[in-house]
Ligand binder design. Structure first.
Ligand code: FES
Length: 101
């Protein structure tokens, strides 16, 4: 099972959890009790529809989070960025969350 190490850019807190291959990162983080959003965005977001962009994360290595989807290309993300709700886990990942105001 891939190991996910999440660093919250807002609080500096680091948490680790494991997920199954192909798991949706936003859902897996939610079930593990790991916060993906910054500030009020945890209450005001599109609930994983890929529209709001508030679940922006940085991933390392990027290839373990899957290719950027069409909607992520519309958001004009950097190569090491993903939307948490569009990221699927295909290997160990270091993730930085709570990036978007
Ligand atoms: S939750 Fe809105 S884009 Fe991911």
């Amino acid at each position: 099972m891939p190991k996910i190490t999440v660093t919250n850019a807002e609080t500096g807190e680091t948490q680790t959890f494991k997920v199954g291959y192909g798991a949706n990162l936003r859902q897996a983080a939610f079930y593990a009790g790991v916060e993906m959003y910054k500030g009020m965005n945890k209450l005001i977001n599109c609930r994983g529809l890929g529209v709001c962009g508030t679940c922006l994360i940085e991933v390392e290595p990027a290839e373990n989070a899957g290719d950027q989807t069409f909607i992520e290309k519309l958001h004009k993300l950097e190569p090491n960025q993903k939307l948490g709700c569009r990221a699927k886990v295909w290997g160990d990942l270091a993730v930085t969350t709570a990036l978007k105001d």
